[in-house]
Design a protein around this ligand. Structure first.
Ligand code: KG4
Ligand code: ZN
Length: 379
């Protein structure tokens, strides 16, 4: 059992009800369930947080295979939900609602999670809340740090690279996203090119620690550009060209390429984030203590973290990095988004009819939750 948030936080004082929500997450390669509680004016409590990673199932393929992921979710989800309820010592009868990720993500996994959640909600006669996975990431800092709106979110994972202004529950504005690869994907592809195992990020970071970051002058994509977005495919090509030019690669060559790649990424990311911090200052001049929150697996990278921390301290922003377990995919963030939506009174009316959305941009849900997803745009 973990107790999060800081005593004396004021943002939860307006409600004195006990709210408990069962969350379910199956949008990628983690099968997860969790029960989160919010009791009146105290800080929220994660009563259980069960995450089963499928990394081993996908490792041989160097990336997530959608069919394997969907099948693994089917096999695991019932047991994971049961474990989350048992760990929390809360019965299904006692939860106030079931919240499930309804998108964006791999549609097979989304169907498994949402259908299971619908069945549980119907059997227990509880409301079902369809949650946008990105909203889960966006609101996590309120669960862990009691952060007040508005704040800035940098989401860097295997599937997403975006900067979002988090203005309120259901009120998000995407300020930047990648125009090609997600950052985690760039790490994974770089690792694959260099013969390092999947998932690539941690292995690139490990190799980089022994490398010379100044050996290769890789491009800093978008650096200095007035356009707010990210791009990583040119960097990936530069890495491939450098590797091909000096092949066969020694361990030191691999380490030097990793270090140079990581330095380029950190530099480009720092530039993009710097622009967003400046924009935040302009748009929210009255915000006394602005904060940048990071989420997603790539946020574990120490070089990237240090770069962002330095940017924030220079710009007078707090740097908030929730514990890694809650930064990567999990169901506590989904249960928490459910609680936030219950408290804000925006749960949607027909979640039982809600269909999974493989693409579901976060800022389209500033409008009512149900029936308003803008399909087709890059999430
Ligand atoms: O958020 P996450 O666990 O899952 C989703 O993508 O939804 O992120 C996984 C991504 C992978 O691409 C992985 O290579 C990357 O995060 N990653 C890292 C590090 N740890 C994980 N990238 C760079 N440095 C790391 N230390
Ligand atoms: Zn995620």
């Amino acid at each position: 059992m973990s107790y999060l948030g800081k005593a004396g936080d004021t943002i939860f004082e307006d409600s004195d009800e006990l709210i408990r929500v069962l969350g379910i997450e199956t949008s990628c390669d983690e099968t997860a369930a969790s029960v989160v509680a919010l009791d009146g004016g105290s800080a929220p409590e994660i009563l259980s947080n069960v995450v089963l990673s499928q990394i081993e199932e996908h490792a041989a393929f160097g990336g997530v295979v959608p069919e394997i992921a969907a099948r693994a979710h089917v096999e695991a989800l019932d047991g994971i939900v049961e474990a989350a309820l048992t760990d929390s010592a809360v019965s299904l009868d006692e939860v106030d609602a079931v919240a499930a990720t309804a998108g964006p993500g791999l549609v097979g996994g989304l169907i498994v999670g949402l259908m299971t959640a619908k069945a549980i909600a119907a059997a227990a006669n509880k409301p079902l809340i369809a949650i946008n996975h990105l909203e889960g990431h966006a609101l996590t800092a309120r669960l862990t740090d009691g952060l007040d709106f508005p704040y800035l979110l940098l989401l860097v994972s295997g599937g997403h690279t975006q900067i979002v202004a988090v203005r309120g529950v259901g009120d998000y504005q995407r300020w930047a996203s990648t125009i090609d690869d997600a950052l985690g994907e760039a790490f994974d592809k770089t690792a694959k090119m260099l013969g390092l195992p999947y998932p690539g990020g941690p292995n690139v970071e490990k190799a980089a620690a022994k490398g010379d970051a100044s050996r290769f002058a890789f491009p800093r994509p978008m650096k200095g550009s007035a356009q707010p977005d990210f791009s990583f495919s040119g960097l990936k090509t530069a890495v491939r060209q450098a590797a091909t030019a000096i092949a066969p690669l020694s361990d030191q060559d691999v380490a030097d390429i990793c270090a140079s790649f990581q330095a380029a990424v950190a530099d480009a990311l720092g530039d993009r984030v710097g622009r967003a911090l400046a924009r935040f200052r302009k748009e929210f001049p009255d915000k006394a203590k602005p904060a940048l929150v990071v989420a997603g697996g790539v946020a574990a990278n120490r070089t990237i973290k240090a770069t962002l921390e330095a940017r924030c301290s220079k710009a007078g922003f707090a740097f908030v990095a929730p514990p890694q377990k809650l930064c990567t995919d999990n169901a506590a963030m989904i249960a928490w988004a459910g609680i936030e939506r219950l408290r804000a009174g925006i749960v949607g009316e027909n979640a039982a009819d809600f269909a999974p959305r493989s693409r579901w941009p976060l800022d389209s849900i500033s409008a009512p939750l149900v029936g308003s997803g803008r399909r087709g745009a890059k999430a």
